[in-house]
Design a protein around this ligand. Structure first.
Ligand SMILES: Cc1cc2nc3c(=O)[nH]c(=O)nc-3n(C[C@H](O)[C@H](O)[C@H](O)COP(=O)(O)OP(=O)(O)OC[C@H]3O[C@@H](n4cnc5c(N)ncnc54)[C@H](O)[C@@H]3O)c2cc1C
Length: 429
């Protein structure tokens, strides 16, 4: 009997899920991860009592793969208010889901964000997508999100003030050219559940998956530089042989390690964290920039959602800016994971904008850290999701990750599960 383990490269959500399911089937595995802990793009830095997620992101609790893989109670999930506050020149306007927040019907109807028809269309779309199964959603016609919004009948104001900042915050694609299949899926998930943060930071998700692993071993700080169907080579020249190899890295790295994997472009994002004595928001809600200018796309106060995000007496403000270094605002160096930067162009542009939103108190906010994430999500424009579950085997090497399914926590978990099934089928045959 072949007792070599299945080698999995990368302890992001896909690799962790794959390892977990192989272990549950009694198939030994060895997980090799270049970083010092699990999570990949889902990590949190714990700094001076703050929980700084490496880029703002949320778990949509309706994700079917997350429900299957995670113990939500143990994650102690804290939900955002459904809907959002949209910042316009006239102030902050609430757009909510009247079914879930009946008290917000009037404010939602009165908000100068699209006409009555648009608001009824949102309700109809949510209802229609909720009734479809997830599989049916992935079979709906594929076009760009912008084309889908037009086909659903939404007017320009509704798109520009609401859909663009909301979707840009989720898909990290302000051009609205991401596949409409991902749009339909996200709207279905938003309609069916909450957006939530684990009380201990987004890293609690991979930490839970890692803690539940059985039947194998994880080696952190171990970078794989080459792979073939029999094993992998490490930076120091060591060759590790395996019964199968699963490359569970991000898409760009997978394409380098396995040249047959098509290279998908990346959607980048930046996130700035500020410490504020007084919170600019007293409810756990997402603020969207509906004004169409300025660097800020969306903002929230994670410590109002989950108090553990900041030490007592202080608040944590999270600001998301789309795009990457290299644009005119990013004259300063990329600072992922480094300390505060007192003076730089992006920070001043963000402060200028937020001063118009919240007044001079913004000047007292202290920049804690800024994250520039060059590869936050694979760009998935049509026909990227024409086949929602793409091939995962390339000349005997398996590949999983969000780039093989779709750009989300759910997509990464699903890809890990699908790959575990394929590896098990080969191993047990
Ligand atoms: C800022 C941001 C916001 C997001 N917002 C959301 C959101 O709100 N909701 C949502 O559902 N999704 C969101 N996403 C997307 C989601 O986080 C990803 O789709 C998912 O985490 C991808 O997981 P993965 O396992 O496919 O890849 P990764 O997380 O990239 O894992 C790959 C792992 O491989 C390791 N690795 C790479 N190269 C090597 C090597 N050579 N040797 C060894 N190890 C290697 C990496 O260190 C990493 O740990 C967001 C992502 C980011 C970055």
């Amino acid at each position: 009997m072949d007792d070599r383990p299945v080698i999995i490269v990368g302890a992001g959500l896909a690799g962790l899920r794959c390892a977990g399911l192989l272990g549950a089937r009694g198939i030994p595995w060895l997980l090799l991860e270049s970083q010092d802990g699990p999570g990949g793009r889902v990590r949190t830095d714990y700094v001076d009592g703050f929980q700084l997620d490496r880029g703002f992101q949320v778990l949509l609790t309706a994700y079917p793969q997350a429900k299957a893989a995670l113990d939500y109670d143990a994650l102690d999930l804290r939900a955002f208010e459904p809907g959002a506050l949209v910042k316009l020149p006239t102030g902050f306007h609430r757009v909510s889901d009247p079914r879930r927040r009946p008290t917000s019907v009037l404010s939602t109807l009165r908000a100068p964000i699209g006409g009555l028809g648009d608001k009824l269309r949102v309700a109809r779309l949510r209802r229609r997508l909720r009734r479809l199964s997830t599989e049916e959603v992935w079979r709906r016609p594929e076009r760009t999100t912008r084309e889908a919004l037009a086909a659903y009948g939404f007017g320009t104001q509704m798109v520009e003030r609401f859909w663009r900042p909301l979707l840009a915050g989720i898909q990290l694609d302000p051009s609205l050219t991401t596949s409409s299949r991902l749009f339909d899926f996200v709207v279905k998930m938003l309609a069916a559940g909450d957006n939530a943060l684990p009380a201990a930071g987004i890293q609690a998700i991979p930490d839970q998956l890692a803690a539940d692993l059985t039947g194998g071993r994880v080696r952190y700080g171990t970078t794989v530089v080459a792979v073939d169907a029999d094993g992998v080579w490490l930076e120091d020249g060591e060759h590790v042989r395996g019964r199968h190899v699963v490359v569970a890295t991000d898409g760009p790295t997978a394409s380098r390690l396995v040249p047959q994997v098509p290279m998908a472009p990346s959607n980048p994002v930046r996130c700035l964290y500020f410490a504020a004595e007084r919170t600019p928001l007293d409810e756990p809600i997402l603020v969207l920039n509906g004004e169409g200018d300025g660097p800020v796309n969306n903002l929230c106060v994670p410590s109002v959602v989950a108090p553990g995000y900041a030490p007592a007496g202080v608040n944590l403000v999270s600001v998301t800016v789309l795009g990457a270094g290299g644009d005119p605002l990013a004259g300063d160096a990329a600072t992922t994971g480094t300390g505060g930067h007192g003076t730089n162009q992006l920070e001043s542009a963000v402060r200028d904008q937020l001063r118009r939103w919240f007044g001079r108190r913004v000047d007292t906010w202290r920049l804690l850290r800024r994250y520039d994430i060059a590869h936050a999500q694979p760009r998935q424009r049509p026909p990227a999701l024409a086949t929602p579950a793409r091939s995962i085997e390339f000349d005997g090497v398996f590949c999983c990750g969000d780039h093989r399914d779709n750009a989300s926590i759910n997509g990464a978990l699903q890809s890990g599960a699908r790959t575990a099934d394929a590896v098990a089928a080969t191993t047990e045959a």
